[in-house]
Ligand binder design. Structure first.
Ligand SMILES: [Zn+2]
Length: 472
């Protein structure tokens, strides 16, 4: 691959922005320097990427995706190949997906199976979290092996979905103790699934089967309650680090903020859908149109200013990370199960391609700074999940994962515009945003430019992750 100079742009990091050129040698960044510094090769001597007028940012790090995830008799519609291609189009150079274990299954078997699915398929680098859906002596005993041998430094637990992934409080406490002892991070799907299942059954019995009832039966109080409980359990488990996934409700954000202000080791992520979409405008649409927006946690009401509060949370660092929870399903043979009621619809929406562009809109509208955009979408996720400084920041020695982002252009999202996710619809159809992904470099290789996608399935590598950097 040799050497490349990214010339003429403005490099953005969490600590600031400056005019700088970036010198790449093979897979690594070797210099970030003043333009025309002596270390840089002369014009024409090596390959160049012209970043004049553009922002030069680290490759996006999306720490929450579900490629080809089995859900009942369905599977999420992006494969590792198609989903990582869409991610590349969206300026993402690293994803962290999930290996999964349920009651009666062996943790390391599930991990091996997941490796087999991803191996040779990914366009960009990838890693796994380990979902523990059946906490027992066997699965607990496997947890330290994950970090010691497998390069997996985070587990995920569920307070929702009784019968599949749900853990009770005792199981959560035990798993947190073991993960904490091993120096791993516990991720939590924080919703009170026992209470939610009662509300769902009641709604269906009353004939309230439309998509909006998916949201109405998962009220913010039950997200906040579970978030509170998770925070307390993490404290009792030895003040172990806790990471709340896909936070959507103001009330849950308050629980995280309170914990953080008390100095606790609690971090939280939100997703673009919770910042932009709402119960009334999207989930309430009739039939399959509303079902397209069924995801958990659900989209929240626009009347309760959740969306505004989440932006404020990002500004204040009460929300540390933006990920996508990318879990696409098609309308045909997927979301169309709304004909059997909302409880039959697979949960999830697609977004891996649009996170960088959508969160940049927060910069345009003054919600966050350029630096904060990079921090929440690249640097902090890399740090929290043990991938920094290799990923998430443009510094010498890091992998040469770089996005040239042009703020002068615009991008229309959706099937009528930019759409590479394997979905027969887009949750973001018709939205035009400021800015455009111009060039994407992954480990020193230009994988997206004006001529299209060049990255091939299988070039992405599995990333062995270190212990999480928390307390931030
Ligand atoms: Zn998820």
């Amino acid at each position: 691959m040799g050497r490349i100079v990214v010339r003429g742009g403005t490099v953005i990091s969490p600590s600031g922005r400056w005019r700088a050129d970036v010198l790449i040698d093979d897979e690594r960044i070797v210099a970030v320097t003043a333009p025309d510094a002596a270390v840089l090769p002369a014009a024409g001597e090596v390959a160049e990427v012209d970043a004049t007028g553009c922002y030069v940012i680290p490759g996006g790090v999306d720490v929450h995706t579900h490629m080809q995830l089995p859900m009942g008799d369905l599977t999420s519609s992006d494969t590792f190949a198609s989903g990582t291609a869409a991610a590349a189009w969206g300026g993402v150079t690293t994803i962290v997906d999930f290996a999964s274990q349920q009651v009666g299954e062996r943790v390391l078997d599930g991990l091996e199976a997941r490796h087999a699915e991803a191996e040779g398929q990914c366009v960009i680098d990838y890693a796994f979290h380990q979902t523990i859906g059946g906490v027992d002596d066997d699965s607990l005993a496997a947890i330290p092996t994950l970090i010691e041998r497998e390069g997996i430094s985070s587990i995920k637990l569920f307070m929702a979905y009784p019968g599949t992934y749900y853990s009770d409080d005792g199981q959560i406490l035990r798993a947190m103790q073991v993960a904490g002892e091993a120096g791993m991070l516990t991720m939590m799907h924080a919703e009170n699934g026992i209470a939610i299942d009662v509300l769902r059954a009641q709604a269906m019995a009353a004939g309230d089967t439309d998509a909006i009832h998916h949201g109405l039966t998962r009220p913010p109080e039950l997200e906040a309650e579970a978030t509170h409980r998770a925070v307390q359990l993490a404290k009792v488990a030895g003040n172990v680090p806790l990471y709340i996934v896909h936070l959507s409700a103001s009330q849950a954000l308050e629980e995280v903020a309170r914990a953080r202000h008390a100095g606790r080791n609690v971090l939280a992520e939100t997703c673009p859908q919770y910042l932009y979409l709402s119960l009334e405008d999207h989930l309430a649409r009739p039939g399959v149109e509303g079902a397209a927006y069924i995801c958990s946690t659900p989209l929240r009401s626009r009347h309760d200013h959740h969306q505004k509060d989440l932006w404020a949370g990002l500004r204040r660092d009460d929300l540390a990370v933006v990920a996508t929870d990318h879990c696409p399903f098609c309308l045909v043979d997927g979301k169309d199960r709304i004909s059997e009621g909302f409880t039959a619809v697979p949960n999830g929406i697609g977004g891996v391609e649009h996170r960088m562009e959508l969160i940049y809109q927060g910069v345009v509208t003054g919600e966050i700074t350029l630096e904060r955009w990079v921090e929440t979408c690249c640097t902090t996720p890399a740090r929290v999940f043990g991938m920094h400084p290799r990923k998430g920041e443009i510094v010498p020695g890091a992998d040469a994962d770089i996005v040239v982002f042009d703020p002068r252009r615009t991008t229309t999202l959706g099937r009528a515009g930019k759409h590479h996710m394997a979905m027969d619809h887009s949750p973001w159809e018709g939205i035009t945003v400021d800015g455009a992904i111009d060039t994407v470099i992954s480990r020193g290789e230009v994988i997206v430019d004006a001529n299209g996608l060049h990255g091939r399935p299988g070039r992405g590598r599995f990333l062995r992750r270190d212990r999480p950097a928390v307390l931030r």
